[in-house]
Design a protein around this ligand. Structure first.
Ligand SMILES: *[C@@H]1O[C@H](CO)[C@@H](O)[C@H](O)[C@H]1NC(C)=O
Ligand SMILES: *[C@@H]1O[C@H](CO)[C@@H](O)[C@H](O)[C@H]1NC(C)=O
Length: 257
Protein backbone atom coordinates (compact mmCIF):
# COMPACT_ATOMS: atom_id res chain seq x y z
CA UNK A 1 0.00 0.00 0.00
CA UNK A 2 2.68 2.41 0.99
CA UNK A 3 5.01 2.11 -1.92
CA UNK A 4 7.19 5.12 -1.40
CA UNK A 5 7.64 4.07 2.17
CA UNK A 6 8.47 0.53 1.13
CA UNK A 7 11.12 1.62 -1.31
CA UNK A 8 12.92 3.52 1.40
CA UNK A 9 12.25 0.55 3.57
CA UNK A 10 14.40 -1.75 1.46
CA UNK A 11 17.22 0.64 2.24
CA UNK A 12 16.35 0.51 5.96
CA UNK A 13 16.90 -3.19 6.17
CA UNK A 14 19.79 -3.08 3.75
CA UNK A 15 18.53 -5.15 0.91
CA UNK A 16 19.96 -4.19 -2.42
CA UNK A 17 17.94 -2.44 -5.05
CA UNK A 18 18.39 -3.50 -8.62
CA UNK A 19 17.80 -2.19 -12.10
CA UNK A 20 15.13 -4.86 -12.51
CA UNK A 21 13.17 -3.81 -9.42
CA UNK A 22 13.46 -0.16 -10.34
CA UNK A 23 12.16 -0.87 -13.82
CA UNK A 24 9.13 -2.71 -12.40
CA UNK A 25 8.50 0.07 -9.93
CA UNK A 26 8.81 2.83 -12.55
CA UNK A 27 6.41 1.08 -14.90
CA UNK A 28 3.96 0.65 -12.06
CA UNK A 29 4.23 4.22 -10.83
CA UNK A 30 3.90 5.61 -14.34
CA UNK A 31 0.88 3.43 -15.00
CA UNK A 32 -0.76 4.42 -11.75
CA UNK A 33 -0.19 8.11 -12.22
CA UNK A 34 -1.86 7.74 -15.60
CA UNK A 35 -4.83 5.88 -14.09
CA UNK A 36 -5.20 8.55 -11.44
CA UNK A 37 -4.52 11.28 -13.97
CA UNK A 38 -7.09 13.72 -12.68
CA UNK A 39 -5.48 13.75 -9.26
CA UNK A 40 -4.56 17.18 -8.04
CA UNK A 41 -1.87 16.19 -5.59
CA UNK A 42 1.56 14.74 -6.13
CA UNK A 43 1.27 11.06 -6.97
CA UNK A 44 4.20 9.86 -4.92
CA UNK A 45 2.49 10.84 -1.66
CA UNK A 46 -0.88 9.69 -2.95
CA UNK A 47 0.53 6.19 -3.06
CA UNK A 48 0.38 6.17 0.70
CA UNK A 49 -3.39 6.23 0.73
CA UNK A 50 -4.59 4.51 -2.46
CA UNK A 51 -8.19 3.97 -1.44
CA UNK A 52 -8.45 7.62 -0.53
CA UNK A 53 -7.21 8.38 -3.96
CA UNK A 54 -9.32 5.85 -5.75
CA UNK A 55 -12.47 7.34 -4.25
CA UNK A 56 -11.65 11.00 -4.68
CA UNK A 57 -12.38 13.26 -7.61
CA UNK A 58 -14.46 11.19 -9.96
CA UNK A 59 -17.79 12.27 -11.28
CA UNK A 60 -18.69 9.92 -14.07
CA UNK A 61 -20.41 6.66 -13.26
CA UNK A 62 -17.86 4.57 -15.03
CA UNK A 63 -14.81 6.28 -13.60
CA UNK A 64 -14.36 4.26 -10.43
CA UNK A 65 -14.96 0.95 -12.20
CA UNK A 66 -12.48 1.90 -14.93
CA UNK A 67 -9.87 2.89 -12.38
CA UNK A 68 -10.30 -0.41 -10.59
CA UNK A 69 -9.89 -2.38 -13.82
CA UNK A 70 -6.72 -0.52 -14.77
CA UNK A 71 -5.27 -0.46 -11.25
CA UNK A 72 -5.83 -4.20 -10.87
CA UNK A 73 -4.24 -4.95 -14.22
CA UNK A 74 -1.20 -2.88 -13.20
CA UNK A 75 -1.11 -4.66 -9.86
CA UNK A 76 -0.96 -8.06 -11.59
CA UNK A 77 1.72 -6.89 -14.04
CA UNK A 78 3.75 -5.38 -11.23
CA UNK A 79 3.68 -8.58 -9.18
CA UNK A 80 4.76 -10.69 -12.17
CA UNK A 81 7.49 -8.18 -12.95
CA UNK A 82 8.86 -8.28 -9.38
CA UNK A 83 8.69 -12.05 -9.25
CA UNK A 84 10.73 -12.25 -12.44
CA UNK A 85 13.65 -10.22 -11.06
CA UNK A 86 15.52 -13.25 -9.79
CA UNK A 87 16.75 -14.67 -6.54
CA UNK A 88 19.45 -12.19 -5.70
CA UNK A 89 16.86 -9.47 -5.13
CA UNK A 90 14.23 -11.77 -3.67
CA UNK A 91 14.11 -10.06 -0.30
CA UNK A 92 13.66 -6.56 -1.70
CA UNK A 93 11.08 -7.87 -4.17
CA UNK A 94 9.27 -9.52 -1.28
CA UNK A 95 9.01 -6.20 0.56
CA UNK A 96 7.60 -4.50 -2.51
CA UNK A 97 5.16 -7.38 -3.04
CA UNK A 98 3.97 -7.11 0.53
CA UNK A 99 3.23 -3.47 -0.15
CA UNK A 100 0.61 -4.64 -2.65
CA UNK A 101 -1.38 -6.65 -0.11
CA UNK A 102 -4.12 -4.03 0.08
CA UNK A 103 -4.46 -3.89 -3.67
CA UNK A 104 -4.56 -7.68 -3.78
CA UNK A 105 -7.54 -7.63 -1.43
CA UNK A 106 -9.35 -4.92 -3.38
CA UNK A 107 -8.76 -6.65 -6.72
CA UNK A 108 -9.74 -10.02 -5.33
CA UNK A 109 -13.06 -8.58 -4.12
CA UNK A 110 -13.60 -6.84 -7.43
CA UNK A 111 -12.93 -9.85 -9.65
CA UNK A 112 -13.71 -12.85 -7.47
CA UNK A 113 -17.05 -11.47 -6.39
CA UNK A 114 -18.96 -14.74 -6.32
CA UNK A 115 -21.90 -13.50 -4.25
CA UNK A 116 -21.91 -10.13 -6.05
CA UNK A 117 -21.42 -8.37 -2.74
CA UNK A 118 -18.79 -5.97 -4.03
CA UNK A 119 -20.64 -5.24 -7.26
CA UNK A 120 -24.07 -4.81 -5.71
CA UNK A 121 -23.51 -3.56 -2.17
CA UNK A 122 -20.19 -1.75 -2.09
CA UNK A 123 -19.39 -0.34 -5.51
CA UNK A 124 -22.70 1.49 -6.12
CA UNK A 125 -22.32 3.42 -2.89
CA UNK A 126 -18.65 4.20 -3.48
CA UNK A 127 -19.55 5.42 -6.95
CA UNK A 128 -22.14 7.89 -5.60
CA UNK A 129 -20.71 8.72 -2.19
CA UNK A 130 -17.03 7.75 -2.32
CA UNK A 131 -15.86 11.29 -3.02
CA UNK A 132 -17.56 12.42 0.22
CA UNK A 133 -15.52 9.87 2.19
CA UNK A 134 -12.31 10.98 0.51
CA UNK A 135 -13.12 14.65 1.03
CA UNK A 136 -13.89 14.23 4.73
CA UNK A 137 -10.63 12.43 5.35
CA UNK A 138 -8.40 14.56 3.16
CA UNK A 139 -6.88 16.34 6.19
CA UNK A 140 -6.20 13.07 7.97
CA UNK A 141 -4.69 11.67 4.76
CA UNK A 142 -2.45 14.68 4.40
CA UNK A 143 -1.25 14.34 8.02
CA UNK A 144 -0.54 10.68 7.42
CA UNK A 145 1.43 11.37 4.27
CA UNK A 146 3.70 13.86 6.02
CA UNK A 147 4.14 11.50 8.97
CA UNK A 148 5.30 8.73 6.62
CA UNK A 149 7.80 11.08 5.02
CA UNK A 150 9.12 11.92 8.51
CA UNK A 151 9.37 8.29 9.55
CA UNK A 152 11.30 7.34 6.46
CA UNK A 153 13.61 10.33 6.43
CA UNK A 154 14.34 9.90 10.15
CA UNK A 155 16.10 6.64 9.33
CA UNK A 156 16.19 3.27 11.00
CA UNK A 157 17.54 4.32 14.36
CA UNK A 158 14.81 6.79 15.11
CA UNK A 159 11.95 4.39 14.35
CA UNK A 160 10.93 3.91 17.98
CA UNK A 161 10.91 7.68 18.54
CA UNK A 162 8.75 8.34 15.53
CA UNK A 163 6.46 5.37 16.02
CA UNK A 164 3.91 6.76 18.51
CA UNK A 165 3.08 9.70 16.27
CA UNK A 166 3.10 7.57 13.17
CA UNK A 167 0.68 5.06 14.71
CA UNK A 168 -1.55 7.80 16.07
CA UNK A 169 -1.77 9.50 12.67
CA UNK A 170 -2.45 6.23 10.87
CA UNK A 171 -5.04 5.25 13.43
CA UNK A 172 -6.72 8.67 13.03
CA UNK A 173 -6.84 8.22 9.30
CA UNK A 174 -8.21 4.67 9.46
CA UNK A 175 -10.83 5.75 11.96
CA UNK A 176 -11.81 8.75 9.88
CA UNK A 177 -12.20 6.56 6.82
CA UNK A 178 -14.19 3.92 8.70
CA UNK A 179 -16.55 6.49 10.16
CA UNK A 180 -17.02 8.47 6.98
CA UNK A 181 -17.71 5.24 5.16
CA UNK A 182 -20.24 4.11 7.79
CA UNK A 183 -21.85 7.52 7.52
CA UNK A 184 -22.43 7.62 3.78
CA UNK A 185 -22.40 3.90 2.91
CA UNK A 186 -24.20 2.48 5.93
CA UNK A 187 -24.07 -1.17 4.95
CA UNK A 188 -22.14 -3.79 6.89
CA UNK A 189 -20.51 -4.91 3.64
CA UNK A 190 -18.56 -1.73 2.90
CA UNK A 191 -17.69 -1.22 6.59
CA UNK A 192 -16.34 -4.73 6.90
CA UNK A 193 -14.18 -4.34 3.82
CA UNK A 194 -12.74 -0.99 4.96
CA UNK A 195 -11.96 -2.40 8.39
CA UNK A 196 -10.39 -5.48 6.87
CA UNK A 197 -8.21 -3.31 4.63
CA UNK A 198 -7.11 -1.24 7.63
CA UNK A 199 -6.28 -4.48 9.42
CA UNK A 200 -4.22 -5.76 6.49
CA UNK A 201 -2.36 -2.45 6.25
CA UNK A 202 -1.50 -2.18 9.94
CA UNK A 203 -0.30 -5.76 10.06
CA UNK A 204 1.76 -5.43 6.91
CA UNK A 205 3.44 -2.28 8.18
CA UNK A 206 4.22 -3.76 11.56
CA UNK A 207 5.61 -6.92 9.94
CA UNK A 208 7.85 -4.77 7.81
CA UNK A 209 8.93 -2.50 10.64
CA UNK A 210 9.72 -5.59 12.63
CA UNK A 211 12.28 -6.55 9.99
CA UNK A 212 14.34 -3.48 10.80
CA UNK A 213 15.16 -5.18 14.09
CA UNK A 214 14.51 -1.83 15.74
CA UNK A 215 11.04 -2.47 17.08
CA UNK A 216 10.84 -2.97 20.80
CA UNK A 217 8.67 -5.81 22.00
CA UNK A 218 6.23 -3.49 23.75
CA UNK A 219 4.65 -1.24 21.19
CA UNK A 220 3.48 2.26 22.09
CA UNK A 221 -0.15 2.48 23.15
CA UNK A 222 -1.14 4.33 19.98
CA UNK A 223 0.21 1.42 17.93
CA UNK A 224 -1.70 -1.11 19.98
CA UNK A 225 -4.90 0.91 19.58
CA UNK A 226 -4.30 1.09 15.87
CA UNK A 227 -3.50 -2.61 15.46
CA UNK A 228 -6.45 -3.61 17.63
CA UNK A 229 -8.65 -1.24 15.65
CA UNK A 230 -10.02 0.13 18.87
CA UNK A 231 -13.50 1.55 18.30
CA UNK A 232 -13.43 0.53 14.65
CA UNK A 233 -15.52 -2.62 14.43
CA UNK A 234 -18.22 -2.35 11.82
CA UNK A 235 -20.93 -2.39 14.46
CA UNK A 236 -19.26 0.37 16.46
CA UNK A 237 -18.73 2.40 13.31
CA UNK A 238 -22.42 2.06 12.49
CA UNK A 239 -23.43 2.78 16.07
CA UNK A 240 -21.25 5.86 15.99
CA UNK A 241 -22.99 7.00 12.89
CA UNK A 242 -26.36 6.64 14.61
CA UNK A 243 -25.14 8.43 17.75
CA UNK A 244 -23.42 11.11 15.79
CA UNK A 245 -25.98 13.80 16.47
CA UNK A 246 -26.28 13.08 20.18
CA UNK A 247 -22.70 13.54 21.30
CA UNK A 248 -19.49 15.22 20.23
CA UNK A 249 -17.33 12.94 18.11
CA UNK A 250 -14.68 12.25 20.75
CA UNK A 251 -17.27 11.50 23.40
CA UNK A 252 -19.10 9.16 21.06
CA UNK A 253 -15.87 7.33 20.30
CA UNK A 254 -15.13 6.87 23.99
CA UNK A 255 -18.64 5.58 24.52
CA UNK A 256 -18.37 2.73 22.06
CA UNK A 257 -14.82 1.61 22.77
C1 LIG B 1 -9.24 -14.91 -7.66
O1 LIG B 1 -9.10 -16.05 -6.83
C2 LIG B 1 -8.08 -16.93 -7.23
C3 LIG B 1 -8.15 -18.19 -6.37
O2 LIG B 1 -8.26 -17.85 -5.02
C4 LIG B 1 -6.73 -16.22 -7.12
O3 LIG B 1 -5.68 -17.06 -7.53
C5 LIG B 1 -6.76 -14.97 -8.04
O4 LIG B 1 -5.57 -14.24 -7.86
C6 LIG B 1 -7.95 -14.08 -7.67
N1 LIG B 1 -8.06 -13.01 -8.62
C7 LIG B 1 -7.80 -11.75 -8.30
C8 LIG B 1 -7.96 -10.75 -9.38
O5 LIG B 1 -7.45 -11.42 -7.17
C1 LIG C 1 -25.20 8.25 -0.18
O1 LIG C 1 -25.33 8.96 1.05
C2 LIG C 1 -26.63 9.39 1.35
C3 LIG C 1 -26.57 10.13 2.69
O2 LIG C 1 -25.54 11.05 2.72
C4 LIG C 1 -27.57 8.22 1.45
O3 LIG C 1 -28.89 8.67 1.68
C5 LIG C 1 -27.52 7.40 0.16
O4 LIG C 1 -28.30 6.25 0.31
C6 LIG C 1 -26.09 7.01 -0.16
N1 LIG C 1 -26.02 6.34 -1.44
C7 LIG C 1 -25.98 5.01 -1.57
C8 LIG C 1 -25.91 4.49 -2.98
O5 LIG C 1 -25.96 4.27 -0.62
Amino acid sequence: MILQFLLSFSVFIQVSGSACLLKCKDNYMNGMSFVMADARADWSTEMITPLQHLLSSFDRRSALRGRLVRSCRLNTDYSSCLNACGQEVEMAAQILLEGQRTWNVICDRFYNDTNREFAERILPCWITNGSVIAYRCSHAAHDLQSEVVKLVSGGRDSIMDQLPRFCKTTYNYDRCFTRANADVCPSEHASKLIIYLAHVTSNTLMDLLDRTGKLQSILPESCRDWMNQKGMSSSSALRLQRNRNDAPAAGAAAAVI
